[in-house]
Design a binder for this molecule. Structure first.
Ligand code: DC
Length: 223
């Protein structure tokens, strides 16, 4: 078994993106950040002043094209031809992404795209519902968790590196609110798949997390 699908789910700031990227690079797999797709839809809704309800977003989705491109700067997110990779990380987008990603028509379109992107395998996909909804048959499912303190510290540092300053307390509140929204929504809430391997990353380095996943993947690939 060579081209397996690896699902990496977990709450905000659990280290999914950084870890999943390293795992993909190491295995020579494609990395897909599904959160970036929900962020791009949110950015479009904000720019076009579209209401976050099913009917309004369904109409907007008809003229919304999202593409993920790989470049030497990593995965780039393209919205209707425009590279929005930086804009989708802005705090206003982060604030609005949970209500937008809870809407059925948005999830339907993006989940279909994600299934298509990962159909051939050899893929590491990170998100909230990859192991439960997008690829319930993924050969390897990882669920990353970490204390809210550890996650808030990581996020604050990450934002600070991009020149955006928030206190750890503010970020902690944002993360807690977003987790609550993402795990209590009606459609595909954030939850651990029953057959996922849970890794608590609170006291781990990114490399340590990545090695655990790479080892698990190699065992499956060899089998
Ligand atoms: O991974 P992230 O923080 O960039 O994700 C942004 C938001 O997108 C997250 O708060 C919930 C939503 N999301 C989702 O609902 N399903 C996914 N597979 C990925 C992200």
């Amino acid at each position: 078994m060579e081209n397996i699908k690896i699902a990496v789910d977990g709450p905000a700031g659990s280290g999914k993106t950084t870890t999943a990227k390293i795992v993909a690079e190491n295995l020579g797999y494609v990395y897909i950040d599904t959160g970036a797709m929900y962020r791009a839809v949110t950015l479009k809704a904000m720019r076009d002043a579209v209401k976050f309800d099913d009917a309004s977003l369904a109409e907007m989705m008809q003229s919304t094209e999202i593409e993920l491109r790989t470049s030497d700067r990593g995965q780039r997110t393209i919205l209707n031809g425009e590279d929005v990779s930086e804009d989708i990380r802005l705090p206003e987008v982060t604030k609005n992404v949970s209500p937008v990603s809870a809407v059925g028509c948005v999830r339907e379109k993006l989940v279909a795209m994600q299934r298509e992107l990962g159909r051939a395998g050899a893929v590491v996909m990170d998100g909230r519902d990859i192991g439960t909804e997008v690829f319930p048959n993924a050969e390897l499912k990882i669920f990353l968790v970490a204390s809210v303190e550890a996650r808030a510290e990581r996020r604050t540092l990450e934002l600070s590196r991009s020149g955006i300053e928030f206190s750890v307390e503010e970020i902690k509140k944002q993360i807690t609110d977003r987790d609550h929204y993402d795990s209590t929504r009606k459609i595909s809430p954030l939850r651990k798949a029953s057959d996922a391997v849970e890794i608590d990353t609170s006291d781990m380095t990114i490399e340590e997390q990545a090695i655990i996943i790479i080892d698990a993947a190699r065992k499956i690939i060899k089998a």
